[in-house]
Design a protein around this ligand. Sequence first.
Ligand SMILES: [Mn+2]
Length: 322
Amino acid sequence: MTAPVFRAPSTAAAPSNAHGVLRHGFASFFRAPVVEDAATWHADIGFVGVPFDGATNDRPGARFGPAAIRDASTRYEPQREWTGWIDAERGSRILEGVSMADVGDVDIRTVDLLENFAIITDAARIARRNCRVPVFVGGDHAITFPIVRAFDGAPITVVQFDAHQDYTDEKHGVRYSHDNHMRRVSELSHVRQIVQVGLRGVLERFEPWEAAQRDGVVIVPSERIVREGVPAALAALPAGGPAYVTIDIDVLDPGGAPGTGYPEPGGLTYYQLKDALLAVAARYEVAGFDIAEVDPIYDAAGVTARIAAKLILDFLGGIFAK
Ligand SMILES: [Mn+2]
């Protein structure tokens, strides 16, 4: 019997590298089956690409993040469907029996910010309806506001991992850039608490910082985690309940994760962020999350996209361990 010369596209449900070394065909997130009908699919986890960077102030390119993370995530393709993985650091099995689907990318239009936000919110509502935990892969960080808009119906805590506060009300008349979205999130009536983890740097404007204090935002600076460790630094997090989590990849030290538009000195290691995400997964009922600001243009070795893919897997492992 002759081995086949061509391999079926990897968008099929079956893993593609059963007898090969190279990863063939089209990428999907963790080689999950690709959704055929965006309206009717069901899975435990749904991955949604959000290739939008129209709200970036400085260095664009995060629109290429979903493609880069999709590609990087194929490194973690399970050998057999739904058997999950072993966390080699903890010796535990993760995501055993959990189904995943790649829903595709949100159909971003050319330039209209608010039109794109409406499309993103619609996509997030569909994703929420059709799976237990939707995962949104950006894209610049402005996507978090239209996504959180779709997580209404009950009071929710929003936990943000980020070097930056993103709490500016307006600057030069702009209210929806990737520096404004947490302020816009704070105005949503179903958001009862915001927690910001990993902030650092210097702020050239006082108003956003003071507004966050006034609004009761809980802030855990990056340096506290680095010096005191994750358990001590996160001990004061508000009580649990439903939560939406947003991860700006620039919360990591840019030495280890340089592929982002706004690198900031200092920051967390991969292990510190993994520990913090697992602590959040244990403390809250995570209803969904996004990971934003991976920018392949500045990711010469591809490590930032790879780290982002691994963190998605780590966090999902914690969420579904409960
Ligand atoms: Mn951010």
